[in-house]
Design a protein around this ligand. Structure first.
Ligand code: SAH
Ligand code: MG
Length: 208
């Protein structure tokens, strides 16, 4: 990945370790043709800058779905709260301005499209096939399984399904991302093609 792009992606606030971000960039660079990329869980744009850089180089769009109000664990009093992300006018979390600034400064406004809203509601009406789907949104049982059910059917044959925060050992983190990873493998439709940290890269087989 281009050094300047890597510097900007690494500087964006976020929860993705740089090694995993680079794996995301590599995966996206090798995604098939046949549709845009889409991520669920944009936050302040770190993963979007890794994926967006690959999208720009490939000449495709990255849609980044997020209501930008934060997950449960980002709210005041929770472990992953950052008070700098509170909008002083409303008193609630708003990561959209941070996301937008990071995308602008990375020169990726032509390739990264923010889709602001609840992923289940957007997924319910989405129709465009996806060459790559990255799931890194809400980690509750309901949110993770809804993302799986609403979005995974849109992945094209040979397309990539990438899931973050997959922890086989419950001591390392919450279960729902691991559960949907198991669901994808158990479906017989996806095979695992990459693993780094808590990131899993699956490819859709052509036989489904
Ligand atoms: N990929 C990011 C981190 C995402 S954190 C990075 O690289 O840093 C998870 C994000 O999912 C939060 O920004 C939260 O607002 C979003 N989210 C949680 N539940 C959601 C839902 N139901 N719809 C849309 N976004 C959701
Ligand atoms: Mg994550």
């Amino acid at each position: 990945m281009d050094a300047e792009a890597l510097k900007r992606a690494s500087a964006a606030k976020g929860f993705m370790p740089i090694s995993e971000g680079l794996a995301l960039y590599e995966a996206a660079s090798g995604a098939p043709d046949g549709g845009p990329f889409l991520e669920i869980g944009g936050y302040c744009g770190r993963s979007a800058l890794f994926l967006g850089q690959a999208a720009a180089e490939r000449g495709v769009l990255l849609f980044s779905v997020d209501h930008h109000r934060g997950s449960e664990e980002n709210q005041p009093g929770w472990q992953w709260h950052d008070s700098a992300l509170i909008d002083v006018r409303t008193g609630i979390l708003d990561t959209l301005p941070h996301f937008r600034l990071n995308v602008f400064e990375a020169g990726l406004e032509g390739s990264v499209v923010a889709v602001v809203g609840d992923s289940a509601r957007i997924g319910a009406v989405w129709r465009t096939p996806l060459a790559l789907l990255f799931i890194d949104g809400g980690h509750s049982v309901a949110a993770a399984h809804a993302d799986y059910e609403n979005w995974v059917p849109h992945v094209v044959n040979d397309g990539l399904l990438v899931i973050h925060d997959v922890f086989p050992d419950p001591a390392d983190g919450g279960r729902p991302p691991y559960e949907i990873y198991c669901r994808a493998l158990a479906s017989g439709v996806f095979v695992e093609v990459g693993e780094i940290g808590s990131l899993r890269v699956l490819r859709r087989g052509a036989c489904s």
